[in-house]
Write a protein that binds this ligand. Structure first.
Ligand SMILES: [Zn+2]
Ligand SMILES: [Zn+2]
Length: 117
């Protein structure tokens, strides 16, 4: 994991690829940017959550991050306790009545989870 300003690169447990680049804005409105996993995602967070997230991303405590919100560490498999880049997830889109509902994925060890919703 490399620290560049407030950006953190999460590397894949199996290859040299980056799972995602995490950035937390330093000013209001506080936002979390997750780039390079399933496209780019932005989440609005409050100050307390932001401070927790900085601490947890830096200590690679992805389990705690997923307890806040699964979507804040979509690349992490809690059964394996590992992070995988998008190339290592087998994923598919779930539609509900013709509308996008979620992206589900299976990690290299067969654990299924929601990657995005
Ligand atoms: Zn797994
Ligand atoms: Zn990988």
């Amino acid at each position: 994991m490399i620290f560049r300003k407030k950006s953190i690169e999460v590397t894949c447990s199996l290859c040299a690829n980056t799972c995602a680049t995490i950035t937390l804005s330093e000013r209001k409105p506080y936002s979390l940017f997750i780039e390079g996993f399933l496209g780019n995602a932005t989440f609005r967070v409050d100050r307390l959550i932001r401070n927790h997230l900085i601490k947890y991303y830096q200590s690679k405590d992805f389990h705690k991050i997923q307890e806040i919100d699964n979507e804040y560490a979509p690349f992490y498999c809690k059964e394996c306790k590992m992070c995988y880049c998008i190339a290592h997830w087998k994923y598919w889109t779930v539609y509900d009545d013709g509308f996008y509902d979620a992206t589900r994925g299976v990690c290299p060890n067969g654990h299924e989870k929601t990657l995005d919703d």
